[in-house]
Ligand binder design. Structure first.
Ligand SMILES: Nc1nc2c(ncn2[C@@H]2O[C@H](COP(=O)(O)OP(=O)(O)OP(=O)(O)O)[C@@H](O)[C@H]2O)c(=O)[nH]1
Length: 205
């Protein structure tokens, strides 16, 4: 279990597979650069952007999935730790941001769909819903995607949301974190904060 979390009442948590751009997004959101080491899977412990005066923390959870040089057992352990973290702090997490790579997410989901296999992103999306944690899917790297609407409609379909994606703007937020294009995510997060009477946290998004 991760033991680095500051004791804060309110939290926004970023989850997602390795290399989807969580650290890049974290930097854009906070203006703070976390030492990620640069290669996939380097983020093994959560990064917390601790805002004590507001009793608020933004957390970047470790990436899950393929990591070169990381043994299968360890990968499973990281996944288990993430699940436990989300369960333990579900009441504190006002919004979860599930980050995916817009370029590859459909292929990865389809490759891992089978009679006894649920793709991580789909599993995580449903798990967060079960926990009653409002979730925004940040579809990153949209600079590499040409057919935006088609791609986002496909993603809705895989997540069990009825397309067109445009009716899910509180849930599906296409972004290009690397260029600082994250307005749609900020708006979606604000919607969820507003619903929970936390307009005081708008300044972070
Ligand atoms: N084209 C493109 N590349 C991006 C974007 N955002 C991030 N990247 C690149 O994606 C790679 C991974 O980004 P990171 O932010 O390190 O990803 P991460 O999800 O934190 O990775 P882990 O540490 O493995 O969890 C880097 O090469 C980034 O420059 C984007 O919006 N567009």
């Amino acid at each position: 279990m991760f033991e680095t979390r500051p004791d804060r009442e309110a939290e926004v948590a970023l989850v997602g597979r390795s290399n989807v751009g969580k650290s890049t997004l974290m930097r854009e959101l906070t203006g703070h650069s976390f030492d990620t080491g640069g290669s996939p899977g380097v983020t093994r412990e959560p990064n917390h952007y601790d805002w004590a005066p507001e009793d608020f923390v933004i957390t970047d959870l470790p990436g899950f999935g393929f990591m070169s040089g990381v043994h299968e057992d360890h990968r499973e352990q990281i996944k288990t730790d993430i699940v436990h973290y989300l369960e333990e702090y579900a009441d504190n997490i006002l919004v979860a941001v599930l980050v995916v790579d817009g370029k590859s997410v459909i292929d990865i989901i389809d490759r891992h769909s089978g009679p006894d296999e649920i793709p991580y992103d789909v599993e995580m999306f449903h798990f967060l819903r079960e926990l009653d944690v409002p979730t925004v899917v940040a579809v990153n790297k949209m600079d590499k995607v040409d057919d935006t609407d088609e791609r986002l409609n496909e993603l809705c379909d895989r997540l069990g949301l009825l397309p067109p994606w445009k009716q899910w703007q509180e849930t599906i937020a296409p972004i290009t974190a690397k260029r600082g294009q994250i307005d749609s995510l900020n708006e979606a997060v604000r919607e969820h904060l507003h619903e929970q009477n936390r307009d005081d946290l708008f300044k972070f998004f």
